[in-house]
Unconditional design. Structure first.
Length: 304
């Protein structure tokens, strides 16, 4: 009989191509993870991985076994989910990947509220502005802005909102209020690095005409929360999703710029693997975040 933890570990080794990374994810030392893999390979009487100093690659036998093991574990998860559905329970692991700013400053508090009502729910959050591979990162849900290219993912749209330019009152007092986006070249600009690339092209619209302005930043960061912190501190002009800054604009901590040049709305959506959707846990969390999003939009309506 196979140990379920050994199977889970081996699948994660295949996903991450690393014994140590898979072990850390499951709370195991590299030595314990290596021993577990060897135990499984001994039981199967074959090598599942071709080892190298940097990566673990599946052998032909490994590919065959991993796909079957993945399906077997999914069936077990489905059976457990079916029981939870029947009982209306919210329990088990829940791993969610969130954009840095929105996740830390808004969504995390919502999920804390939900988790406090479900003591058997084990919540794990991942913050970052890079695109998350749900399989390799082993997450159930990811919150993403914009259109999605991966057609294999299911999605639930939460809201439609544009990106906007904002600055603090102290920045405007010191550097002046820009009237048109073309004046951005005369100002300090805060640049978000997305997937390793600086986001130099900011989009706007006026009288149904779309256009973009290329900007050069004096400060850049790959963390959207830092970009907003800099803007709040008067360090420059930021280009953010309205959701990220709506509360601060309504409270007067940030000023909305170019309100008559707002570009088209972009979707904010939760994405998930199709195999996860039958889970009562996933459906409950999606519906909860959707309700919270609608309430937030009501509390902090668009000012354009």
């Amino acid at each position: 009989m196979y140990h379920l933890n050994d199977l889970k570990l081996t699948i994660r080794i295949a996903d991450l191509q690393s014994i140590s990374a898979a072990g850390r994810e499951l709370g195991m030392t590299p030595a314990a993870a290596s021993a577990a893999l060897q135990r499984l390979e001994k039981k199967l009487d074959c090598l599942l991985f071709a080892r190298s100093t940097r990566k673990m690659k599946l052998t032909e036998e490994g590919h065959l076994f991993i796909e079957s093991a993945r399906q077997a574990l999914q069936l077990l998860d489905n059976a457990s989910n079916a029981l939870a559905d029947n009982r209306g329970e919210l329990k088990g692991d829940l791993r969610i990947a969130l954009p840095s700013d929105l996740g830390r400053n808004i969504i995390r508090a919502w999920l804390d509220e939900l988790a406090n009502t479900a003591p058997e729910l084990k919540l794990t959050l991942y913050f970052g502005d890079q695109m998350t591979d749900l399989i390799s990162q082993n997450v159930h849900l990811a919150l993403r802005y914009g259109q999605l290219e991966d057609s294999s993912l299911m999605r639930r749209q939460l809201a439609l909102m544009p990106r906007v330019a904002v600055a603090s009152p102290s920045y405007i007092e010191q550097h002046g209020l820009p009237i048109h986006p073309k004046e951005l070249s005369q100002h300090k600009i805060l640049i978000l690095n997305r997937d390793g690339e600086p986001w130099h092209k900011w989009h706007f619209s006026h009288k149904a005409q779309q256009y973009a302005v290329n900007v050069i930043g004096n400060k850049s960061c790959n963390d959207g929360a830092v970009i907003k912190d800099w803007a709040l501190a008067g360090e420059g002009i930021a280009y953010k999703s309205w959701f990220d800054v709506a509360k601060e604009v309504h409270q007067g901590a940030l000023v909305l710029l170019f309100s008559d040049h707002i570009a088209d709305n972009i979707p904010l959506q939760l994405v998930y693997l199709q195999s996860d959707y039958p889970s009562h846990k996933i459906r409950t969390v999606i519906d909860f975040i959707k309700q919270k999003t609608q309430a937030f939009e009501s509390d902090y309506p668009a000012l354009f």
